[in-house]
Design a protein around this ligand. Structure first.
Ligand SMILES: *[C@@H]1O[C@H](CO)[C@@H](O)[C@H](O)[C@H]1NC(C)=O
Length: 193
């Protein structure tokens, strides 16, 4: 293959990944829920004008959000049951999935507002699938220490940390605790998938 063709194909690959937001069905929804990631989902109808108007900002969010966060769509014309399970009544409904709890997002829907919200509330500093790029030195050490351990040991360590989460501690210690829990959760999710 000539260089020219190769760069043409990598351009194509880039163009398609950049353009496509993930559209979920029941199976991919369940998979995301088990991924240990936080994220947001927009439930839409193809005939809904508000949905169409916010689409450019939303798709841009999907492209630019930190890799530890999922941003996805559900087409409620296609996935009526999934939308019902998520208590979707109006369109669009945006929901936040954070640390195993989901709730309606009622904040502003412009790109900057969404991006600020994701950064402040959902992004984990550390994505273990991109350890060296996204995680601090301490987190890299921690992830490497736990990544080859037995699943049962990792689960036990997670429970230990979870038990500490209710105690009072400095903000800094709390952040490190949350980061370690997020790392362990990602490790167990990638081991079981
Ligand atoms: C949503 O689903 C409907 C019904 O299958 C389909 O006609 C429409 O093209 C879909 N819209 C998008 C944006 O995927």
């Amino acid at each position: 293959m000539t260089m020219g063709m190769r760069s043409f194909f990598s351009f194509l690959a880039f163009a398609t990944t950049a353009a496509a937001i993930q559209e979920l069905d029941e199976a991919s929804f369940d998979q995301l829920m088990g991924s240990g990631k936080n994220g947001m989902i927009k439930f839409f109808q193809p005939w809904c004008g508000h949905c169409t108007r916010m689409k450019p900002d939303w798709d841009k969010l999907a492209e630019e959000a930190h890799s530890s966060v999922f941003i996805a769509d559900v087409n409620c014309s296609d996935q009526a049951e999934l939308c019902e399970k998520n208590d979707v009544a109006g369109y669009p409904t945006i929901k936040v999935y954070k640390d195993g709890v989901d709730e309606k997002y009622n904040g502003a829907r412009g790109f900057d507002d969404l991006m600020d919200y994701v950064d402040a509330n959902l992004a984990s500093k550390c994505d273990v699938s991109k350890l060296e790029e996204t995680c601090g030195e301490k987190a890299v050490k921690y992830a490497n220490k736990w990544k080859d351990r037995e699943a049962a040991d990792v689960t036990k360590e997670f429970s230990r940390l979870e038990g500490m989460a209710g105690k009072s501690m400095t903000m800094e210690l709390k952040a490190w605790l949350r980061e370690r829990m997020a790392i362990l959760k990602q490790l167990t999710a990638s081991a079981s998938s």
